[in-house]
Design a protein around this ligand. Structure first.
Ligand SMILES: Nc1ncnc2c1ncn2[C@@H]1O[C@H](COP(=O)(O)OP(=O)(O)OP(=O)(O)O)[C@@H](O)[C@H]1O
Length: 233
């Protein structure tokens, strides 16, 4: 469960996040849309503890991000546009390292299982990550989320730059995480994937949520129309 409650983040006189409230239940995927500068990444950075909010709070699995930073980080997985891994280590070694940071130590065979579950071809498991494609790095990111038994997954522009089949496969993996009860927040510009993958869609502008809808209730075309209208208001 992820709860964001009246979150405010200011940079000098500029308010990047302005009273944002979102609640995401286990198994839900909330897609956060919004133009450049709307405050999506700033919100995610507050949840990750990279920056401190000025007001409001974020709660992960019942724990406050500000008051229990280490405990909340253990329950979180984060997949940015470019998954940050150690290039000179293999996928398997990266997974072992990040799982251990999250407090989990696994036998090698179990680590292979997580990578396979995340869709990484077996022959790639013991190859250096520096030779991986973007899609392969993201699969390691998913394997890390599985190995950490993350309760909450944060995604920032995960499908930008992925080819359509990699993007489709990534969505399928997100579906599997949802089935396991992970609460997912995905910041994206991809209206198609938002509609396809999300249970709810929110449109953010100037740091606030200006629209919120159930993905099943709207067509792709109507979502695009609504988004463009919201930007004109
Ligand atoms: N460290 C910072 N210092 C000053 N201003 C910042 C900082 N980080 C973000 N901002 C400002 O806060 C606002 C929100 O930025 P943010 O990156 O959260 O937007 P975004 O919705 O993620 O945009 P994009 O879609 O381009 O990733 C922008 O006006 C940005 O310039």
């Amino acid at each position: 469960m992820l709860q964001i409650d009246r979150l405010v983040k200011r940079f000098g006189s500029h308010t990047a996040v302005n009273g944002l409230t979102i609640s995401i239940a286990p198994g839900e995927l909330f897609a956060l849309l919004g133009p450049n500068g709307a405050g999506k990444t700033t919100t995610i950075n507050c949840l990750l503890g990279f920056i401190q909010p000025d007001e409001g709070q974020a709660v992960i699995d019942g724990l406050s991000v500000v008051q229990q930073p280490l405990e909340t980080k253990r329950r979180l997985a984060y997949i940015p546009e470019q998954v940050n891994l150690y290039g000179h280590f293999t996928g398997l070694e990266n997974l072992a390292y990040f799982a251990e940071l999250g407090g989990h130590r696994y036998a090698e065979s179990r680590l292979h299982d997580f990578l396979a579950e995340a869709g990484l071809q077996p022959e790639a498991h013991e190859r250096r990550v520096s030779g991986y494609s973007k899609g392969m790095r993201q699969k390691v990111g998913i394997a890390i989320a599985l190995a950490k038994e993350a309760k909450v997954l944060l995604l920032d522009e995960p499908t930008s730059g992925l080819d359509p089949s990699a993007s489709h496969e990534f969505s399928r993996l997100l579906g599997r995480l949802r089935e396991r009860g992970v609460a997912i927040l995905m910041a994206t510009h991809d209206l198609f994937r938002a509609k396809e993958d999300a249970t709810r869609v929110g449109i953010m502008r100037h740091g606030s949520l200006v629209r919120e809808l159930t993905a099943a209730e709207i067509s792709h075309t109507d979502l695009e129309k609504l988004y463009l209208e919201t930007m004109r208001d």
